[in-house]
Ligand binder design. Structure first.
Ligand code: FAD
Length: 403
């Protein structure tokens, strides 16, 4: 039987592109489609987000040659400061501090702007002999048979592969077409994302300030800049988005304090509605869901993309295993589901509890969580556990995530 490729991927976002490279690294031929032309995603005005890439996910980018392509665009995270507070009485003195000394002097992760990461991934994809990128192209339907999957495009073309990977994001067409249900939990929160320049250096410190209406994160970027993720009630975000730049900066400064000196906005601001979304299952006949198509979570712990990157590395391992044992690729998909679904559900559940625990001003909960932060700050084994979790170094790691 002649197939156009071993794997077809729908969705050339950060997870889809990484999956293509990871599977090609293990010997698979891949065709990847995206609905948008590649240049659209690279535009500074398209996606202002920056991502905290956990140390283990970054390890995969070293193996795939992406880390070298990001030279000068990554900021190591050497310290994480966590505090609880409110705008009236300020920050609680019981704070939690993780530093790279506890992580064996290695950074806990790396901050990188999404557009730089996407450019590095796109260039690597286009240079790979094993990957064909087709964009813009919109999928119109697919047919899963016992021997292959056939996909048809809106422009009339049709292609076939052994398996189809759906990396087409939260509103996944492929998930709906396969009849896979999804549970959604709306937080009635939105996150404002922007980038600021500041007078004083951040020294690689990531700050997370828990305010009753939602977490406020200041994440270090190269060249005295920081990415802001300001989560708040949807109405408060709509009001803040409507402010002129000067008034917006003064609202930011109320949360920021004066630790970095003078601030200036150096990017537009975006608002993202926040919800948790979990697919009922990750696989169907010759189909696997990956990244936000399978699970999307609150950005409070900066783990959404990292979950997708772990999916990509796990899928690459099971594909390699199928090649090594001469099996049809579709036989490996249940192993992927078994490996990743429970792991992702645990992290999504913990993220949800974390957001509920910190996004409220109920007095006993407030006192207990402040005490909790203070206690963890003093207990080294607990600190070490959280550092390893944030760095993505716990659990059964796929080969690409290992040193
Ligand atoms: C405010 C905010 C901050 C965040 N910060 C972090 C962080 O610091 N660290 C972290 O790990 N995560 C973070 N996340 C989560 C992270 O951004 C997402 O989990 C990640 O971007 C998902 O990537 P994806 O490739 O799965 O999906 P997407 O980025 O949604 O990509 C889907 C792709 O599929 C394409 N597509 C869609 N439909 C079709 C179709 N029918 N045909 C062809 N192509 C199609 C789209 O064009 C797109 O390119 C954050 C999220 C938010 C909202």
């Amino acid at each position: 039987m002649s197939l156009d490729a071993d794997i077809i991927i729908i969705g050339g976002g950060l997870v889809g592109l990484t999956t293509a490279l990871a599977c090609a690294h293990k010997g698979a031929s891949v065709i990847i489609f995206d609905a948008e032309a590649p240049n659209t995603h690279l535009n500074k005005d398209f996606d202002g987000r920056a991502s905290a890439i956990a140390a283990s996910s970054f390890q995969m980018y070293r193996h795939l040659g992406i880390a070298d392509r990001l030279d000068g665009q990554t900021q190591p995270i050497t310290d994480i400061m966590i505090a609880d507070g409110d705008l009236q009485s300020g920050i609680s003195p019981l704070t939690l501090h993780f530093d790279s000394e506890d992580a064996g002097d290695a950074p806990m992760g790396y901050m990188v702007e999404n557009r730089h990461l996407r450019l590095a991934l796109l260039n690597a994809t286009m240079e790979s002999e094993h990957i064909k990128l087709i964009a813009p192209a919109r999928i119109q339907g697919f047919d899963q048979s016992t021997t292959k999957v056939d996909i048809s495009l809106a422009d009339g073309r049709s292609l076939s592969a052994s398996i189809l990977i759906a990396a087409d994001g939260r509103n996944s067409y492929c998930r709906r077409h396969a009849g896979i249900g999804v549970e959604t939990l709306n937080y009635n929160q939105k996150a404002i994302v922007t980038t600021i320049a500041h007078e004083y250096p951040h020294d690689g410190v990531a700050h997370e300030l828990f305010l009753p209406s939602g977490p406020f994160a200041i994440l270090p970027l190269p060249r005295n800049r920081s990415s802001i993720v300001w989560s708040d009630k949807s109405r408060a975000v709509d009001a803040a988005m409507a402010l002129e730049d000067e008034a917006f900066l003064s609202e930011l400064s109320r949360r920021f304090g004066d630790m970095y000196g003078e601030l200036s906005l150096c990017a537009p601001k975006w608002a993202y509605p926040l919800s948790m979304q979990m697919a009922d299952r990750y696989v169907d006949n010759r189909l696997a869901l990956i990244g936000d198509a399978a699970h999307a979570i609150h950005p409070i712990a900066g783990q959404g993309l990292n979950m997708g990157l772990r999916d990509a590395a796990a899928l690459a391992d099971v594909v390699m295993n199928a090649f090594d044992t001469g099996q049809d690729l579709s036989n490996c998909l249940s192993e992927y589901e078994l490996w990743r679904n429970a792991d992702n559900r645990i992290l999504a559940g913990a993220t949800d509890i974390f957001n509920r625990l910190f996004s409220n001003s109920i007095a006993p909960i407030k006192h207990a969580r402040r005490l909790g932060l203070g206690i963890i700050d003093k207990v080294r084994p607990a600190q070490s556990f959280f550092i390893k979790e944030a760095a993505g170094q716990l659990g059964d790691l796929p080969t690409l995530l290992r040193p």
